[in-house]
Design a protein around this ligand. Structure first.
Ligand SMILES: Nc1ncnc2c1ncn2[C@@H]1O[C@H](COP(=O)(O)OP(=O)(O)OP(=O)(O)O)[C@@H](O)[C@H]1O
Ligand SMILES: [Mg+2]
Length: 292
């Protein structure tokens, strides 16, 4: 399944990396006595695809939820599009939210609504939109994500995992956001559906000039898409750099993640000029375990 946009943008350059659109400074987040983030710093520039990686429970989803304003930091500041999100009034916050689309880790779609109504829901929330226009917008979004229109009337349970993710992306793109957040977009997909998903995100990134922030455990997706990877460990972003630079950082989580068997295998997909910058341990054959 290929989005019709793909051939049109294949030879188009990716969007230019421009001004910061997310600036997280000195962020601390606690739940009771549980400290999730401590003096964490993290920036994303317009046009980037930044992957956030880290162990389970390291606070990846919590970081994204704070950037979206769904959770409040304990201390520190978060600026989105240059605005401190703790200082904006509800109306500005509403506009800000419409400039971001989100595919959540759990429940990409409302199970009780058809695919059409799922995608239409953020548009309907804006106010009254004529039925014909709404239909056109929803069908355009479906086409954008490579989902045939015949699926519009189906319930999510009748779709494959890959189709549900596509419909979730169509929903996230309903209000034409500049920033797209994806939390574990390929979790539960088979390798082919994951590859198709990578192509879809790469296509949308180019076609729409999107900035993408993606949380992922999936090394292949991370290597294929990221302009930078932000590694969360020890309650901080340890490094936020192109994958070949991040793999050079001397830290137990980074060694285990990038230089283990699966990491080395995934890093083989990098082009030779980027592979040349990897630490020697990343170039060991990916067929055998090596001591780290
Ligand atoms: N609303 C909440 N109340 C209390 N603790 C929470 C809440 N949300 C998250 N946590 C805790 O914060 C920590 C980080 O959770 P988070 O969901 O951000 O991790 P994650 O890195 O996204 O993990 P995963 O890879 O499993 O999705 C966990 O210990 C979790 O139990
Ligand atoms: Mg999570």
């Amino acid at each position: 399944m290929t989005a019709p946009l793909a051939p049109a943008v294949r030879n188009q350059p990716p969007p230019c990396i421009a001004e910061p659109v997310i600036e997280v400074s000195d962020l601390t987040k606690r739940y009771g006595r549980n400290i999730i983030h401590e003096n964490l710093n993290f920036d994303v520039r317009r046009g980037e695809i930044v992957s956030i990686v880290g162990g389970s429970g390291s606070g990846k989803t919590t970081l994204v939820r704070q950037i979206l304003g769904l959770e409040s930091p304990t201390s520190g500041t978060i600026k989105v599009f240059g605005e401190d999100i703790s200082k904006i009034d509800p109306e500005e916050a509403h506009v800000m939210r419409s400039r971001s689309g989100m595919l959540f880790q759990q429940g990409a779609l409302f199970s009780s609504l058809t695919v059409f109504d799922n995608i239409a829901q953020p548009i309907r929330e804006l106010g009254k939109v004529p039925a014909g226009l709404l239909r056109d917008i929803v069908m355009l979004k479906l086409e954008m994500v490579g989902l045939p229109c015949k699926h519009a009337s189906k319930m999510p349970a009748a779709l494959s995992g890959g189709m549900v993710k596509r419909a979730g992306i169509a929903r996230a793109l309903a209000l034409e956001p500049e920033l797209l957040f994806l939390d574990e977009p390929t979790a539960g997909l088979d390798p082919r559906a994951s590859d198709e998903f990578v192509e879809l995100i790469a296509t949308l990134h180019r076609a729409l000039g999107l900035t993408v922030v993606m949380v992922t455990h999936d090394l292949d997706t991370m290597v294929a898409l990221s302009s930078r990877v932000a590694v969360i460990a020890d309650r901080k972003v340890l490094v936020a750099a192109p994958v070949e630079e991040a793999a050079n950082v001397d830290h137990p989580f980074i060694k285990e993640y990038f230089l283990g068997l699966r990491g080395r295998r995934a890093l083989q997909a990098l082009p030779p000029e980027r592979r040349a910058k990897l630490p020697p341990a990343a170039l060991e054959p990916a067929s055998a375990e090596v001591p780290l």
